[in-house]
Design a binder for this molecule. Structure first.
Ligand SMILES: [Zn+2]
Ligand SMILES: [Zn+2]
Length: 779
């Protein structure tokens, strides 16, 4: 049965006026439609490709696609940063496939090769399908990842002209074995880096170094490939592309694909009767609220996708809607569990497209696996972390001719609270830049070793690896990893493979393996740094959307034994943290207050954990743990105020710990808005009288050895960041602090003490001295 069509305004009115929900809608944004702009095919695109595109219904490319094609053909590093469903693949595939097609006319049939990198295997598989739709069979495209059978790998190395893989495989499988890839690398013309905004933080910094290793080997084989990057819309994509590849890049950002009008609503679930930590009120969860809204939308025949954080939440939303709808509509709602085969995903796409399926609840995994677009409505249960992913998710709604609805439902945390009350932070603010720091010596060191193992490192290589490279080499020599020969070059000295020493997605230390106890199956790994907090004995651990209970964490073997479980609670670790300043790089004075950026040492010990009921957030109990302290050297931003300022702010000494602690929590919650990190990537400490500063001081630090660039972002954007922090606290209507403002789900102290009102006064007195500040005394 065909879907019914609805005006998005009418839909929103129905949602917000029924069941006493009027005050939950905090903002409505109307976004105008955009017509398509086309451009002719650039000259060098082969007629076979143009013909194949024609078969797919594409007679002319959109202007941004054509622009990217031309830049690519001229050998320019280019990043195509446009919205969801704007045809980025065609933009890079047309020049790449044209080149490969011309290469088939070479004597050995492989005069040109290209490499495609995606963050996930599913995406690479999807891309191979797209390439085969556009290119005649003589362009040989092949996947090369951990699942490629060994007997096929040799064929790929010898014959494939378009190899689709991921950065991990490039790092571990291809670069260390480069002599076997010699003929492929020799003719390498293009490197495509898809979804390049996902390479951020420590992972992004690792990928940047892997690409430098690739460039170095290509140069030795006599090739100089052109890098083509595709990204969701981000700020400064050219800068990101340059940081990632080390090459000057041109950005194509003007999206010429058509878009229907979009109504975008911000929505805050109500406070409930339930109480959480320290007796604080709790809001209805974003997933429960999404379940209600999904029910109403499906009842009206609206094709809707709900984006949630975990598979479990996806199942809860779908189940709730099914129960509320009853038959026969219940059967038209489903949860997307991930891990589907390609044809199952296609089936799902079709069911949604035709309207046979009306409601789908999914983790954002959908973003990278299934091509659903042109929906009537998108619900987002919680801010997805960045404006870039917000627009990616919202972009699933809307077709050319008709309007669509997107709703962001706030979760119970300060960032979401801030956003639904400050629409300008979403709608009038450009999407964020991708933060990565390839010069982090902790990231660079293992790649220098890997590079030296691939080919001895000479002086001429050092500029490629950046300014941190030269001072690191003697350190690596001292550690017995590299040795300098008389010709001046550096060699890898060990028997083991240098590339095995680093996991691109980890951040140092032996990662802890998560093993299913009953089957012995390895489910995955977690960072050593995060293991104590996330997979301690007794922890409820979410892994790829599934829920497990940790039976035992063995630190000696770095193994966490888990069993699938479905407890009605989540766990959160309790810890003790101390911090000391190692060096201060930069200080700015805000009146009497000071803001600093520099290096710190954080000592953290997990001492126990709380169990909290999922549905309500209620605390069920606390257990003790016996784990050793861990030391982290990293980068931090910190600020301190004077005693006079405390007097001005009317904060007596007994209120100071609660004020500083509350300000710290909220600022950690808000930093992701300015630094494209997750709140779990950073940590904080507040100290009423810190020995190194002699003053009340709040620290926010990168949770990765050597730093990841997040605290630095906070330092440079401190005024906006801390102003937003103050606003988020003031905007929450709770009386004494709740998870929507100053409570933190990862607080090591059980959210005690926290003083919401004093935190606002403390931030006011701090910000009063900031350069561009007009203090607002209300709220
Ligand atoms: Zn609150
Ligand atoms: Zn805390």
């Amino acid at each position: 049965m065909p879907p019914r069509h609805h005006q998005p305004e009418a839909l929103l009115t129905t949602l917000s006026t029924s069941r006493g929900r009027a005050d939950r809608l905090t903002h409505t944004e109307h976004m105008a439609a955009r017509p398509a702009r086309y451009a002719p095919w650039p000259e060098g695109i082969r007629p076979e490709i143009v013909a194949a595109a024609g078969e797919l219904g594409i007679t002319e490319p959109w202007a941004h696609q054509a622009e990217a094609m031309e830049l690519a053909q001229s050998g320019q590093t280019v990043v195509l940063a446009t919205g969801t469903a704007s045809g980025k693949s065609l933009g890079y595939l047309a020049p790449v496939l044209s080149e490969l097609l011309s290469g088939t006319e070479a004597r050995n049939g492989r005069g040109a090769t290209a490499l495609y990198l995606a963050p996930t295997k599913a995406l690479a598989a999807d891309q191979r399908r797209r390439a085969s739709e556009l290119a005649p069979g003589r362009v040989r495209a092949a996947l090369y990842d951990g699942d490629t059978p060994f007997e096929e790998r040799e064929w790929v190395r010898q014959y494939a002209s378009y190899v689709l893989t991921n950065p991990d495989m490039l790092h571990r499988g291809i670069l260390p074995a480069h002599p076997r890839w010699a003929s492929f690398l020799k003719t390498l013309k293009y490197v495509v880096i898809d979804e390049c905004h996902t390479y951020r933080g420590v992972f992004g910094s690792h990928v940047a170094q892997v690409l430098r290793r690739l460039r170095r080997l290509c140069a030795r084989y006599g090739s100089s490939p052109t890098f083509l990057l595709a990204s969701a819309t981000t700020a400064d994509p050219a800068v990101t592309a340059r940081r990632l590849t080390g090459l000057p890049a041109v950005a194509v950002t003007e999206d010429a694909s058509p878009r229907g009008p979009l109504v975008f609503a911000l929505w805050e679930p109500p406070l409930t009767e339930n109480v959480g930590e320290q007796g604080a009120p709790v809001r209805r969860t974003a997933t429960a609220e999404a379940g209600y809204l999904l029910t109403d939308l499906v009842e009206q025949g609206t094709r809707t996708v709900v984006f949630v954080r975990s598979r479990r939440a996806a199942e809860l939303v779908a189940l709730q809607a099914q129960e509320q709808l009853g038959n026969p509509l219940a059967s038209r709602v489903a949860a997307y569990r991930g891990g589907y085969l390609a044809e199952e995903r296609r089936g799902l796409e079709q069911a949604l497209h035709s309207g046979r399926l009306l409601g789908l609840a999914s983790t954002s995994a959908l973003e990278l696996g299934v091509d659903v677009s042109g929906l009537d409505a998108v619900l987002m249960a919680g801010y997805p972390g960045t404006r870039a992913s917000l627009w990616q998710q919202a972009g699933r709604a809307g077709r050319e001719a008709q309007g669509a609805l997107a709703v962001l439902i706030a979760r119970d945390d300060p960032l979401d609270t801030y956003l639904v009350h400050h629409p300008e932070a979403l709608f009038d603010t450009p999407v964020e830049a991708t933060v990565l720091d390839p010069d982090n010596p902790h990231v660079l060191a293992p790649h220098l070793c890997a590079a030296a193992a691939e080919l001895p490192l000479g002086a001429e290589d050092l500029t490629l690896f950046g300014p941190s490279a030269e001072p690191l080499l003697p350190v690596l020599e001292k550690r017995g990893l590299l040795r300098r020969r008389t010709d001046g070059s550096w060699y890898w000295t060990r028997r083991e493979r240098a590339a095995d020493a680093v996991d691109l997605r980890g951040s140092g230390g032996n990662p802890v393996q998560i093993v299913e106890g009953s089957t012995g199956r390895l489910l995955g790994t977690v960072d050593a740094a995060a293991a104590h907090t996330t997979v301690h004995t007794g922890a409820v651990h979410l892994h790829q959307g599934r829920t497990y209970l940790v039976q035992d964490l063995d630190l000696e073997t770095s193994v966490a034994l888990v069993e699938p479980a479905d407890p009605p609670y989540t766990t959160s670790a309790r810890d003790i943290t101390s911090i000391s300043v190692l060096s201060t790089d930069t200080t700015v004075e805000w009146g009497e207050a000071r803001l600093c950026f520099g290096s710190v040492e954080v000592v953290n010990q997990v001492v126990g954990y709380l169990r909290k009921r999922i549905s309500t957030g209620e605390v069920l109990g606390e257990s003790k743990l016996d784990l050793p302290p861990r030391t982290l050297r990293t980068r931090a931003v910190w600020w301190s105020v004077t005693e006079d300022q405390l007097l001005d702010a009317v904060i007596p000494f007994d209120q100071l710990p609660g004020a500083a602690h509350a300000a710290e929590h909220a600022s950690i919650g808000l930093l992701p808005l300015f630094a494209t990190c997750d709140r779990w990537d950073i940590g904080g400490v507040s100290v009423p009288l810190h020995p190194d500063t002699g003053l009340p001081t709040v620290f926010v630090y990168d949770g990765h050895s050597g730093g990841a660039g997040f605290a630095e972002r906070g330092f440079h954007g401190a005024e906006q960041w801390l102003t937003a922090t103050r606003e988020a606290i003031a905007a929450c209507e709770c009386e004494r602090g709740c998870p929507s403002c100053v409570q933190s789900p990862k607080c090591g102290n059980g959210n005690d003490p926290l003083d919401k009102a004093a935190a606002v006064r403390l931030l006011d007195v701090l910000l009063a001295g900031a350069p561009g500040r007009q203090v607002s005394k209300d709220g």
